[in-house]
Ligand binder design. Structure first.
Ligand SMILES: Cc1ncc(C[n+]2csc(CCOP(=O)(O)OP(=O)(O)O)c2C)c(N)n1
Ligand SMILES: [Mg+2]
Length: 370
């Protein structure tokens, strides 16, 4: 593994921090991490009580998500993985809008057509719809970056993916093209130890993931993914290079998935308990809290206030989303064509007529088989 960039010292200090985040920004980052945990927590409860079909836990990787987002503009292009709640939240996505997606209701930006956890936010964000097939969004990120470059804009594109994503064809195509075109992209590989039940050690024979950058003619950087300041700096440096016309960077954030792959997974079947215990000591939220405390920015009162705010906001979001009706049958035919072609209009009319005769079309039971 290439040398790992870390900012936090064991005592919580960060003497080498470049000061890119001021006090307000640091607290915002910490609050966003707590919000990710609160959102995770309520989604697990909603799934276990059969009210939503599926969710993806983020525990353990919050510093990578939020640290990366904090180094970018809200108007940069985000091509996220499904384990990136924090990036959207950091730049102003509302828990209630995320919750509409979890329920796949009429207010979901995808109108229930995507799986839950597959958020998309446009205006003011450019947070592209999360793609389930691993690695397919990486070439899209390069395309958006190339377009920005061709239009003379200084937007950068962030492609976020897991250690498992590096085994996809999209990884090779994207890094190869980005290298050749010097496209303003940041490839953020979140090495969280696992790809469902496959350990990172079974994913590649190379010495880590950052080293793969060399083959594509770009710098490869390894960063402590549980250290928000280090991630902020690594992504900030890569963004500066990209905006300056120097091309892409591959960042490997070394982190750990402290929960299951999804709500359909039981990690106790394959994750060694000692491994989890070791990583729990490096919990990114606790390390950030220690830093804020050491810097005189944190106390118990603040903690209680933030925890209560986050818990209230996600509980309220769940209430609103659950009470929002599902998408109407008519939306099957919307959002694709400006003017619906005749054959689809006819199909629609038949479907609506049938639904009326049969007394409506119900959504499925919400069960997801993964
Ligand atoms: C092309 C493709 N192959 C397989 C899958 C099934 N699958 C879903 S998530 C996943 C693991 C991905 O692991 P990683 O990239 O490390 O991301 P993480 O879940 O650890 O964040 C796999 C194999 C898929 N969605 N797409
Ligand atoms: Mg992984």
């Amino acid at each position: 593994m290439t040398e790992m960039l870390t900012m936090f010292k064991a005592d919580g200090s960060a003497p080498d921090f470049n000061g890119a985040l001021d006090e307000k920004a640091l607290i915002h980052c910490y609050r966003t991490m707590l919000m990710v945990r609160a959102f995770d927590d309520i989604c697990m409860k909603l799934q276990r009580s059969g009210r939503i079909g599926f969710s993806i836990p983020n525990k353990g990787v919050e510093a990578t998500q939020v640290g990366a987002a904090s180094a970018l503009r809200a108007t940069d292009f985000f091509f996220p993985s499904y384990r990136d709640f924090g990036m959207a939240l950091h730049h102003g996505a509302k828990p209630v809008d995320m919750m509409h997606n979890m329920f796949g209701n009429a207010s979901d930006s995808a109108r229930g057509r995507q799986m839950s956890v597959h958020f998309s936010f446009i205006e003011p964000l450019r947070f592209f719809s999360i793609s389930s097939p691993i690695g397919t969004h990486l070439p899209h990120a390069v395309g958006a970056a190339y377009a920005a470059q061709a239009l003379g804009k200084d937007d950068v594109s962030l492609a976020s993916f897991g250690d498992g994503g590096t085994s996809s064809a999209g990884f090779h195509s994207a890094l190869n093209l980005a290298g050749v075109w010097k496209a303003p992209v940041i490839f953020l590989c979140q090495n969280n130890g696992w790809a469902i039940s496959l350990p990172a050690s079974g994913q590649t024979a190379s010495d880590g993931y950052a080293i793969k950058a060399k083959a594509y003619g770009m710098p490869g950087v390894t960063v402590d993914g549980n250290d928000l300041l280090a991630v902020n700096q690594a992504v900030g440096d890569a963004a500066k290079r990209a905006r300056g016309g120097e091309g892409p960077t591959l960042i490997e954030a070394y982190t750990y998935r402290m929960g299951g792959h999804s709500t359909s997974d039981d990690p106790t079947k394959y994750v060694p308990a000692e491994e989890l215990e070791e990583w729990a000591k490096k919990d990114p939220v606790l390390r950030m809290q220690r830093f804020l405390d050491k810097s005189g920015l944190w106390d118990e009162t603040l903690e209680e206030k933030l925890l209560a705010e986050c818990a209230d906001e996600v509980a309220q979001a769940a209430k609103v989303a659950e009470a929002t009706p599902g998408p109407t049958l008519e939306t099957i035919f919307s959002d694709v064509y400006e003017t619906l072609p005749l054959h689809l209009r006819r199909q629609g009319e038949q479907a609506f007529e049938l639904a009326e005769r049969k007394g409506g079309a119900d959504a499925g039971g919400g069960a997801f088989p993964l």
